[in-house]
Design a protein around this ligand. Structure first.
Ligand code: PRP
Ligand code: MN
Ligand code: MG
Length: 179
């Protein structure tokens, strides 16, 4: 099945404005203390890169990557989260912010928060650019939400359909092509 871009849901400007607000809020809540952003590969690498660059140059912000996958190339979660790559750094006693592009069923984040808590960070917060509450299967608190969105299939700004469309600087809905 082939898909094409349909409607822009969130423009580049709208996203960038919100990213700056989120960075400001996080820095304020952490009192400008050192913080490590944990980008959840692959989807969140675009958002994490922008979020990190929105921090003040005087704040010690670091980045680490963790890789999990539960969707494969499907549009529905398999329900099973696989850890593909763990963190490189030791986060024990550190401030961490888990950075996600989207929370859908919540299974990915639920798995990650449990996994990361074992390492006993000083403080752990969760930040997602997009939240699709209608699809939630596990309830979990999210500290920072960029946008609450309806249950539409979207791509762009790191989010893929079958690994495609991550490069779009905006977020768009997709639709099936005629053939
Ligand atoms: C997507 C998305 C989130 C997760 C959200 O990742 O980037 O990480 O699914 O869905 P959930 O709340 O239902 O768990 P995906 O597993 O597609 O891997 P990717 O980031 O490499 O595309
Ligand atoms: Mn992901
Ligand atoms: Mg994906």
């Amino acid at each position: 099945m082939a898909y094409e871009i349909h409607d822009t849901m969130l423009s580049e400007e709208t996203i960038q404005r919100r990213v700056q607000e989120l960075a400001d809020e996080i820095q304020k809540d952490f009192h400008d203390e050192p913080v490590t952003l944990i980008a959840v590969l692959k989807g969140s690498f675009v958002f994490a890169a922008d979020l990190m660059r929105a921090f003040k140059s005087t704040v010690n912000v670091q980045v680490d990557f963790i890789s999990v996958s539960s969707y494969g190339n499907q549009t529905e979660t398999t329900g099973k989260v696989k850890l593909l790559k763990d963190l490189d750094s030791n986060i024990t006693g550190e401030n961490v912010v888990v950075v996600e592009d989207i929370v859908d069923s919540g299974l990915t984040l639920d798995f990650l928060v449990d996994h990361l808590r074992m390492h006993r960070p000083k403080k752990m917060a969760v930040c997602t650019l997009l939240d699709k509450p209608e699809r939630r299967r596990v309830e979990l608190p999210i500290d920072y939400v960029g946008f609450v969105i309806p249950d539409e299939f979207i791509v762009g700004y790191g989010i893929d359909y079958a690994q495609q469309f991550r490069n779009l600087p905006y977020i768009a809905s997709v639709r099936q092509t005629a053939e």
